[in-house]
Design a protein around this ligand. Structure first.
Ligand SMILES: [Zn+2]
Length: 299
């Protein structure tokens, strides 16, 4: 079955990867399920290479993807509306047009009639540190407060509730991959990735930052643009629990085949470009700015 993607000989398709180590600068809530008056965050259970059983906090890739899509839907366009309104593309009703700057990379679905398969996938999110979520008492549940106006026997007494939070300082290795997308489509992805960082989480507080290597202050960020997969992918084993070891692994894998001590920020091989650290950040920001100039400022 054909993919249904239009041919575009002027804009070649390539593969793009973003690898990053994000850090929570404060506690973070990203709801998972509710148990008797406790709102839980998502955790994963795993068995390490050494056979140890661990439970870790988790920023699920699907939730991160949802925040990125919302950032595109809510992006302001020059004419004074938001990109999603202008494009008639929202959640859950996406427009599924192959030339939509949101649906082209992130995919779309019109139930029962049309599907546009997304070509950006999200991975990672398993915390490095073995730090379990902490429970905190919160005020009344908003849904219960809003039902206070109900008269008679149905009136509920507001009940305090508890909410779990991921603790600050946790590192989350995360990865975004684009398969066969154009530079213009990757500009949506770069904008969404950068713009979503302060908005990850549900309610308040929110936000993750790109962590830095402690001695060189190099952002733990890698961007690949390629046809031919090369080097090593800077993916952190979920078995690792020591943040320094995880950071060292990230830089060692990012710089391969160079030595980790080499001061290298760009690896160029046949049909493969890798930007590391500050150059990777500049590259992503250049793409994000291309999205603003060519999509948001012309509509
Ligand atoms: Zn769309």
């Amino acid at each position: 079955m054909p993919t249904g993607l239009p041919q575009d000989s002027k804009n070649p398709r390539l593969h793009f990867d973003i690898y990053a180590m994000l850090e929570g600068s404060q506690e973070l809530y990203f709801g998972h399920e509710v148990q008797v008056n406790v709102n839980l965050v998502e955790t994963v259970k795993l068995s390490t290479i050494g056979g140890q059983s661990l439970e870790k906090c988790y920023i699920s890739p699907t939730k991160r993807r949802g925040v990125e899509r919302r950032c595109l839907i809510w992006a302001p366009v020059k004419s004074g509306v938001l990109l999603g309104d202008q494009q008639k593309c929202g959640i859950p009703k996406t427009c599924t047009e192959p030339d939509c700057p949101i649906c082209a990379p992130y995919g779309g679905l019109l139930a029962g009639s049309k599907t546009l398969i997304g070509r950006v996938t999200h991975g990672g999110g398993v915390a490095v540190q073995e730090s379990l979520p902490a429970e905190k008492q919160r005020a009344m549940h908003p849904a219960i407060i809003s039902s206070e106006g109900v008269k008679g026997d149905d009136k509920e007494t507001p009940t305090p509730f508890k909410r779990e939070y991921n603790q600050p300082g946790i590192l989350y290795p995360v990865y975004n991959h684009g398969v066969s997308i154009t530079d213009a489509e990757f500009s949506s992805v770069a904008y969404a990735f950068l713009d979503s960082l302060p908005r990850i989480g549900a309610g308040n507080p929110k936000g993750l930052a790109i962590a830095e290597e402690p001695t060189s202050q190099t952002p733990l960020l890698v961007v690949d643009r390629y046809l031919s997969p090369r080097g090593k992918r800077p993916i952190i084993s979920p078995s690792k629990t020591n943040p320094q070891t995880a950071i060292d692994d990230f830089m060692r894998l990012a710089k391969y085949p160079q030595e980790p001590a080499e001061k290298i920020e760009h690896i160029e091989q046949s049909n493969f470009d890798r930007w590391i650290g500050n150059t990777a950040l500049e590259k992503l920001q250049d793409y994000a700015s291309q999205f603003v100039d060519e999509v948001l400022q012309v509509r």
